[in-house]
Design a protein around this ligand. Structure first.
Ligand code: FAD
Length: 368
């Protein structure tokens, strides 16, 4: 059986080339890059073959996500959004909705997922967006913020209140009442197309509603699980790029008559970077094994992977800057981008503190 991601890294090498810094500076990934990846199903490679996807395992998709993340965190962020949209549809949608939406996402359409609002960041229970039935339609009203990839998206999966519970709704970005406005000058992942999304009386057919009536936090946890594993693997990619740049520099650059790597304090930085990359890789592999075997521990293993990988990536990128010195002090250098991008990974998909609270609850509830 052919490996579903065969040739994918080579395609990414061709598409990204040495342009990631330029995309970061201009804040834009060219449409042809995103459409080519989307049409090959690579932005959501976990979509099952029955729905036109590549059917990659979480482990294989994770390694591919890390590869993309090592080249361009903005492109990896778009992948995370697309994969999360597909996962939300797969988990929350009925058979007809899966058949209606998933082949499009695996075949070229671009998607984003909107949970956050100005007053509902870490505390998504404060969400005020509503999805209200109206005859054979629904009306969506709300204001979402910081939606990754919304600038590029054809459809936005919007989470909101639905009766006494919650639902997600698949909103075409072109629907009347939808306004997408870019977040100005994000500090990292600058080409990921972050945007605020206004939903003014957006009228959609009722079959655009997914998972209607579920408790809000259950729905959010389900949809976020994919985002978390994807970001975690993306952080592995950031660490690999940093380790690679730091070890090359420490080997080639000489000070005090010796390569930097021969100075023990620089050697310690390299050891710390290697350790960070290995720790992040192992927690991600562990979580992906849980996804691939359907383990009941998959959700908590994913939170652990996200928390550990994001912290390691933020610290590792700072370490890499230290090893490269002024070489990394140029805007657009791979390590300089990693430093800005990695810090944001500690804020999203459940910040480091929110992940720690989930892990603490888990620790308390564990059997003795
Ligand atoms: P706040 O919730 O105000 O938190 C600020 C600080 O307080 C954080 O350190 C937080 O950990 C801490 N804190 C808050 N509550 C507690 C607590 N109870 N205990 C301890 N510490 C606490 N949203 C989407 O819906 N879709 C997206 O695609 C998306 N992409 C994003 C991409 C980027 C680059 C960024 C920066 C944000 C994105 N977001 C997205 C929004 C993101 O999910 C929120 O920024 C995140 O949930 C944190 O919310 P906040 O920024 O409002 O911070």
């Amino acid at each position: 059986m052919p490996e579903p991601l065969a040739g994918a890294r080579e395609l990414v090498d061709d598409l990204v080339g040495d342009r990631a810094a330029e995309w970061d500076r201009t804040g834009e990934i060219p449409d042809e890059v995103l459409r080519t990846m989307a049409a090959r199903g690579l932005l959501c490679a976990g979509v099952p073959a029955d729905f036109g996807g590549l059917g990659a395992t979480s482990a294989a998709n994770g390694e591919f996500t890390a590869y993309v993340g090592s080249r361009c965190s903005s492109l990896r962020s778009v992948m995370t959004s697309q994969g999360m949209a597909a996962w939300a549809i797969q988990r929350l949608g009925g058979p007809r909705q899966r058949a209606m939406y998933l082949p499009k996402l695996a075949g070229g359409q671009l998607a984003a997922v909107a949970f956050s609002e100005a007053e509902a960041g870490s505390d998504l229970s404060a969400m005020t967006t509503t999805i209200e039935p109206d005859g054979d339609a629904v009306v969506v009203r709300g204001r979402k913020v910081w939606t990754t990839a919304a600038h590029y998206a054809d459809v936005i999966v919007v989470v909101g209140r639905y009766g006494s519970g919650a639902a997600a709704v698949v909103v075409p970005a072109s629907a009347p009442g939808v306004t997408v406005r870019r977040v100005p000058l994000p500090s990292g992942c600058r080409a990921a197309g972050h945007a605020d999304v206004r939903l003014d009386e957006v009228r959609l057919p009722a079959d655009a509603v997914l998972g209607g009536g579920q408790p809000l936090m259950l729905l959010v946890t389900t949809a976020l699980a994919y985002g978390r594993i994807s970001v975690a693997w993306g952080c592995v990619g950031i660490l690999r790029a940093c380790l690679d740049a730091a070890r090359r520099h420490a080997r080639d650059r000489r000070q005090f008559g010796e390569p930097l790597a021969r100075h023990q304090l620089v050697g310690r930085h390299l050891a710390n970077l290697l350790t960070a990359e290995q720790i992040a890789t192992r927690v991600c592999e562990h979580a992906s094994r849980g996804w691939d075997s359907g383990s009941p521990d998959m959700v908590i293993a994913t939170v652990l992977a996200k928390q550990v990988s994001a912290v390691q990536a933020a610290q590792g990128a700072a370490t890499a800057v230290q090893v490269l010195g002024s070489t990394a002090a140029h805007e657009g250098h791979v390590v300089e981008r990693a430093y800005r991008d990695a810090k944001l990974m500690e804020l999203i998909e459940g910040s480091t503190e929110i992940c720690q609270l989930i892990l603490a609850d888990h620790a308390v509830s564990m059997a003795a």
